[in-house]
Write a protein that binds this ligand. Structure first.
Ligand SMILES: [Zn+2]
Length: 331
């Protein structure tokens, strides 16, 4: 294994250079940016850099004892705090564990690093417990918070961190990176994935891993069948077991924006090409107040999903579909 140390994404190199050039580090960092732009990777690389015994040109060497321990996932002075299950909260027990870790002496004799991801998943008790650790920094201990939604963090937590915004790359750069990362896909597939990922390249790779294009096709076909009354909302809700709810809510948000553009005359054709028949038809037959009503319901529930609320999956999809269909019936 020559050099397997984590590296930040190419579009984050300016931020990386600025961060690692500073000889005096803060003890708490907040890496903030949209989902899937490479924040976690950036935090991993920074942790590796902080723990490496002999960094080479601002990167972890990938070969020293500390780097090898990290690559094996068994560095005793590195702690990752995350929800027990994806989408669930980070609870106070995990933060107490973090407190114990901070209290220990570094076993490799150097620094200790904690990666907390995603920081906004902390519930209020956990956040308050973390605040205590932030208020009393320990020398040579670094806390790296990673967040898609820094505005959901307690302001007192944000203000104690050095905030490092991590950008979304430009379209051409993102596409080039994606072509390199998923060489088996066609240029059309790269473009479609990137569009679905809101321009975030690592999210595009994650979407490909769950075959989001097929899931989307399944949902589009389902929505068409629903509007033709060939399928009921509850049948579809039972069937869409592998569609992540956040993704589903995102798609309906995108379609709703298209409906608004079409209804208000801001556009003649929808951005979402796979719905290019359905959306104009709906826009012609629905009323604007009903559309705005629906949009506020959808945004409220999308917010609940992002806030890791525990929604009943089948019930949520069923309600969503019933409301969507009612758009054509409400006057
Ligand atoms: Zn090293």
């Amino acid at each position: 294994m020559a050099d397997a140390a984590a590296r930040p994404c190419p579009w984050h190199m300016p931020a990386w250079e600025a961060l690692t050039a500073g000889s005096r580090h803060a003890h708490a960092f907040l890496f903030a940016g949209l989902p899937g732009v490479g924040k976690r990777l950036f935090a991993e690389a920074f942790a590796a850099h902080l723990l490496c015994l002999q960094p080479v040109a601002s990167h972890a060497c990938g070969q020293c004892r500390s780097c090898l321990l990290q690559q094996a996932g068994s560095h005793p002075d590195r702690l990752v705090v995350e929800p027990e299950e994806q989408g669930k909260a980070i609870r106070i027990d995990a933060i107490r564990q973090l407190g114990d870790f901070i209290g220990q002496t570094a076993q490799q004799g150097g620094r200790k690093v904690i990666i907390l991801h995603p920081a906004e998943a902390m519930n209020l008790n956990a956040a308050n417990a973390l605040l205590k650790s932030l208020e009393e920094p320990t020398p040579d201990t670094y806390l790296l918070l990673v967040s898609d939604q820094p505005s959901r963090l307690l302001p007192t937590i944000r203000s104690r961190c050095r905030v490092q915004p991590l950008i979304t790359p430009g379209h051409a750069e993102a596409l080039a990176w994606l072509q390199h990362s998923l060489p088996d896909l066609s240029p059309e597939q790269h473009a479609a994935l990137l569009l679905m990922a809101g321009g975030a390249p690592l999210r595009a790779v994650a979407l490909q891993a769950i075959d989001a294009a097929s899931l989307r096709e399944q949902v589009v076909e389902g929505v068409k069948a629903l509007l033709k009354s060939q399928q009921s909302a509850s049948q579809l809700a039972e069937r869409w077991t592998s569609v992540p709810l956040e993704l589903l809510a995102d798609w309906f948000c995108d379609w709703t924006l298209d409906l608004l553009r079409l209804k208000t005359g801001a556009a003649d054709v929808p951005v979402n090409a796979d719905m290019d028949k359905v959306l104009p038809f709906m826009a012609r037959h629905l009323q604007l107040p009903a559309l705005l009503d629906w949009q506020s319901w959808l945004l409220q529930h999308r917010g609940m999903l992002l806030g890791k609320a525990n929604l009943n999956r089948v019930l949520f999809i069923e309600t969503l579909l019933i409301r969507w269909k009612q758009l054509l019936e409400r006057r």
